[in-house]
Design a protein around this ligand. Structure first.
Ligand code: NAD
Length: 344
C-alpha cells in the first residue's frame, strides 16, 4: 500500500524519477509495475542496491523489517526515507541511530516518514502554537477515531511482534505531533487500553491477533505540559478521523483534520469570539491517502537533498515517538505509570 503511495507521490514531484523497486511478493511487484512500466523490478532489495545507481531509497516494508533493511541501505550510502515507525522498539531505533552516525556523510539525508505533521491543519496548529497564539500551553489532546487496521500483505500487521503494537505502529504519528506541540521532552506515560472489538474472530495459523484497538494515553512533559491521546479503532462513524486540541493560558486552538480547518478561541472573547479558519494545501499538492502530507514530505526531502539542509524528521525525533508508544504499552501491561527513562 504505502510503497505504491510513495511511487504515485514521487511521480508528481518535478525532476524526480522512480527507476527501480524491490519486493519479494509477486502481486506487489505487479501493482508497482502498473505504475512504473519502465522501471527495473527486483525480488530482493540487496540485488537492487547492488545493480542500480540510486540517489534515494524509500523503505516501505513491514515495521519489523525496517531495522535490517535500513542497515543495508545506510551502508550503501544513499539518501533514505524510511516509513514510520522507525523500528519496532527503542533498542532497534538506537542501533540504527548508532549506525547512521558511523556511516554518516556530510550531505546524506535520512528522513523518517512521520508525515502527519505535514497535514495542512496539523502544520497550522503547530505554527500557531509556536507563534504563541494559545499563550503558554498547558494541555494537548489528540483524538484518533477511525476504522480498524486494513489487511496487509502476509497479514504482518495482525501481531504486535511485527508492528511494535498499535501505540507504536499507528500512534507514533500522534506522539510525534504531541512532542512538536509541547516543544519539550516526554517524561512519564500512563495508559489504559485493550482489544475489545476488532479482529477477535480472526485466526492466523491458530493465533488470534493481538491488536490493541482502543486506549487512553496520558503523557507528561518536562516543561509541565500534559498530553492525552484518545484512540478508538472502531469509530467509523466519525466526522473527523483526527482532532487536535491545545489549551493555553490565553486561548484554545483546535485542528479538525478531515474537515481541514482550525478554530481559535481566545479566553477573553468567549464562545462568540471563536474564529474558524479553513486550511488547505497550496494548489498542485497531490492529496493521496494522507491529505497531501506525503507529497509535502517528498517535496521537503528533495529540497533538503538539493540544498544540503538538515532532515525534516530525524532519527532522534522518530525514536522519541516510538519511546512514548512503547512506554504506553508497558504501562498498560503492568498497570502503572512508566518513566520514559525505562525504555530509552
Ligand atoms: N506513513 C503512514 O501514514 C503509513 C501508512 C501506512 C503504512 N505505513 C508504513 O509503511 C510500511 C508498509 O506498510 P504497508 O501498509 O504498505 O504494508 P503492505 O503489507 O501493504 O506492504 C508491505 C510490502 O513490503 C514488502 N516486503 C516485505 N519484506 C520486504 C523486503 N525485505 N524487501 C522488500 N519488500 C518487502 C511486502 O511484500 C509488501 O509488498 C509499514 O512500515 C507501515 O507502518 C505508513
Amino acid at each position: 500500500m504505502m510503497g505504491c503511495e510513495h511511487i504515485r507521490n514521487l511521480q508528481a514531484i518535478a525532476d524526480c524519477e522512480v527507476v527501480a523497486y524491490a519486493d519479494p511478493h509477486d502481486s506487489s511487484r505487479v501493482n508497482a509495475a502498473k505504475l512504473l512500466p519502465n522501471a527495473s523490478a527486483f525480488e530482493d532489495y540487496e540485488q537492487m542496491l547492488a545493480a542500480e545507481k540510486l540517489d534515494v531509497v524509500v523503505i516501505a516494508t513491514p515495521n519489523h523489517t525496517h531495522r535490517n533493511v535500513l542497515e543495508d541501505v545506510l551502508l550503501s550510502g544513499v539518501h533514505v526515507l524510511v516509513e514510520k515507525p522507525l523500528c519496532i522498539s527503542t533498542q532497534e531505533c538506537r542501533e540504527i541511530i548508532a549506525l547512521e552516525k558511523e556511516t554518516r556523510t556530510p550531505n546524506r539525508v535520512v528522513w523518517v516518514g512521520l508525515e502527519y505533521r505535514y497535514m495542512a491543519p496539523t502544520a497550522r496548529i503547530i505554527d500557531e502554537c509556536s507563534n504563541g497564539s494559545a499563550g503558554s500551553i498547558k494541555m494537548i489532546s489528540i483524538r484518533e477515531h477511525r476504522f480498524p487496521f486494513l489487511k496487509k500483505v502476509g497479514d504482518w500487521n495482525r501481531f504486535s511482534k511485527n508492528t511494535g503494537g498499535t501505540l507504536v505502529e499507528k500512534c507514533c504519528h500522534f506522539f510525534d505531533v504531541m512532542i512538536l506541540l509541547a516543544n519539550s521532552k516526554p517524561v512519564t506515560v500512563f495508559a489504559s487500553g485493550g482489544q475489545d472489538v476488532n479482529h477477535l474472530n480472526e485466526s492466523y495459523e491458530g493465533s488470534i491477533p493481538d491488536i490493541l484497538d482502543n486506549a487512553y494515553v496520558i503523557v507528561e512533559f518536562a516543561n509541565g505540559i500534559r498530553g492525552a491521546l484518545d484512540l478508538s479503532m472502531f469509530a467509523e462513524g466519525s466526522l473527523n478521523e483526527q482532532e487536535i486540541c491545545v489549551v493555553g493560558d490565553e486561548a484554545k486552538i483546535e485542528a479538525l483534520i478531515t474537515e481541514s480547518k482550525i478554530r481559535i478561541g481566545k479566553r477573553n472573547l468567549g464562545a462568540s469570539g471563536v474564529v474558524e479558519i479553513s486550511v488547505r494545501h497550496d494548489e498542485g499538492v497531490v492529496p493521496g491517502f494522507h491529505a497531501g502530507a506525503s507529497y509535502v514530505e517528498h517535496q521537503a526531502m528533495q529540497k533538503a537533498i538539493r540544498q544540503n539542509l538538515p532532515t525534516g524528521v530525524s532519527l532522534e525525533h522518530a525514536l522519541m515517538s516510538v519511546a512514548v508508544g512503547q512506554a504506553a504499552h508497558l504501562s498498560i501491561a503492568e498497570r502503572r505509570r512508566v518513566d520514559l527513562s525505562e525504555v530509552l
